[in-house]
Design a protein around this ligand. Structure first.
Ligand code: HEC
Length: 192
């Protein structure tokens, strides 16, 4: 298992180095900035609404909010930005956020990097095809609030709140996280 991950990593790194074909340094900067701006705007939109829901009805209401609103919100921002905005993870809550094969490789890479002593968790750009560029960026747990719904059961996350989450996501895997852990990744497909 470890070996295959290392092989995949090597593959990605080689791909990154050997494939400097059509993307210029300038394009890489442009798309990185664009991806960053879109992911930050989406994060802001999600967390503003999440905060409001938490204030009015605690985790119970907020989890319901995520259940109903998270995907439609990213979809409408996608249309607005003329991009495809996706949040994905190796440990999913909503199966609709499942990673594709390239996203799995990138998630494994960020996961591995995060375990290093001085992790360098930076966005990456990949030429998807002639018309599309894909932007990846790790999503880290930087806020204690995240742990209320993704933390350690019985410690940072209450049994009661988790029972509620489980009602909506019976196959949930997105728990057990601590501060600074990589929870998942942005994968944003941009038009060229
Ligand atoms: C009130 C509970 C709650 C809080 C707080 C919360 N989340 Fe979530 N999170 C959810 C739910 C519910 C989903 C599933 C959303 C959906 O249906 O698309 C989710 C999905 C995600 C996903 C998409 C991948 C997946 O597993 O489906 C990521 C990434 C994520 N959360 C990160 C975070 C981060 C980072 C924070 C803190 C800023 C956070 N969450 C705070 C409940 C929460």
């Amino acid at each position: 298992m470890k070996k295959s991950i290392l092989a995949l990593l090597a593959f990605v790194l080689l791909l990154g180095c050997g494939k400097k074909t059509s993307l210029t340094e300038e394009e890489i900067t442009t798309y990185t900035e664009k991806g960053k701006a879109i992911s930050q705007a989406t994060f802001m939109a999600l967390s503003t609404q999440l905060k409001q829901a938490m204030q009015s009805g605690g985790v119970e209401q907020a989890a319901q909010f995520c259940n109903i609103v998270a995907l439609p919100l990213t979809d409408s921002l996608s249309r607005q930005q003329n991009a495809v905005i996706k949040r994905t993870s190796l440990k999913l809550r909503n199966p609709l956020n499942a990673p594709d094969s390239m996203e799995i490789v990138m998630l494994e890479m960020y996961d591995m990097m995060s375990k290093m002593r001085n992790p360098v968790l930076v966005p990456k750009i990949l030429e998807k095809n002639a018309d599309e560029i894909q932007f990846f960026a790790p999503i880290q747990i930087k806020n204690e609030t995240c742990l209320k719904c993704h933390g350690v059961l019985g410690q940072t996350m209450s049994e009661e709140d988790y029972a509620f989450i489980k009602q909506h996501y019976p196959n949930d895997q997105a728990t057990g996280y601590k501060m600074d852990d990589v929870r998942g990744m942005w994968s944003i497909t941009l038009k060229r």
